[in-house]
Design a protein around this ligand. Structure first.
Ligand code: DC
Length: 231
């Protein structure tokens, strides 16, 4: 049987636009691998915080990165691949607001980006992958067949993130979440190294008024066109 043509699909956009929700569903639909690139920056931040690493010092960052091993391992219970930091599953720990408060700073460091991007590019070697992040369509896979750039109204994004974090921490306030999102958006889009921006050939998907089912149908349609299953 002729095997299906596999492509690379990138999903970039602002924090809490629903990138990972769409990316996971799309990967499942196409039987592709899903990679959450943000989880890598979060896991590196966790390592830096735990080990009291001064990430303003380039030499310290360079030597610390050598001690970090990141892997995505499939968990049959959650039915998704989860990030492991030096052998420890940190998928849930890295979602904490403590990490969210520092991750944009860490993700802006050139050496950190080079470290993560090299591994992301390796993961895409065999194609058949959906990766979400901020620079996936612009830097990691500039030649990807399908690039989606997600946007949504700020108020909706804050509400979505608040609901997600509130389940784990009922002490969290809407204002804390709003401030964190605004700060991350600012740092992610103004940093010198690979700032968040829409690739020229990306399709913009505004899901402010779209349900999950509708956005998935749209994305599957675009993917099938590129794979060649739909005229
Ligand atoms: O998608 P996320 O919220 O888990 O990402 C966490 C942070 O990592 C985000 O503030 C920006 C950074 N990031 C990045 O700079 N490049 C990526 N490809 C993915 C995430």
């Amino acid at each position: 049987m002729e095997s299906k043509r596999k492509i690379i699909i990138t999903i970039d956009g602002w924090s809490s636009c629903g990138k990972s929700t769409l990316a996971k569903q799309l990967a499942k639909e196409l039987d592709y691998v899903y990679i959450d690139s943000g989880a890598m920056y979060r896991a590196i931040t966790l390592y830096f915080l735990r080990n009291h690493i001064d990430w303003t010092k380039p030499k310290i960052v360079a030597s610390t990165l050598q001690d970090i091993k990141l892997e995505f391992i499939y968990n049959p219970k959650s039915k998704q691949s989860e990030i492991h930091l030096n052998g420890e599953n940190v998928e849930y720990l890295i979602r904490d607001l403590i990490i969210a408060e520092k991750v944009s700073e860490v993700a802006a460091i050139k050496a950190v980006r080079e470290f993560a991007v090299a591994q992301q590019q390796k993961m895409g070697k065999n194609k058949g992958i959906v990766m979400d992040g901020r620079d996936i369509g612009t830097v990691v896979f500039p030649k990807a067949s399908l690039k989606i750039f997600m946007v949504a109204d700020n108020a909706i994004r804050v509400e979505r993130r608040f609901k997600e974090l509130y389940e784990k921490n009922p002490n969290i306030t809407l204002n804390e979440v709003k401030n964190n999102l605004e700060m991350r958006d600012y740092i992610d889009s103004h940093r010198e190294n690979s700032p968040l921006r829409k690739a020229e050939d990306a399709i913009e998907l505004d899901n402010t008024h779209l349900g999950m089912k509708e956005q998935l149908e749209m994305a599957v349609g675009w993917a099938k066109e590129r794979i060649g299953e739909k005229k």
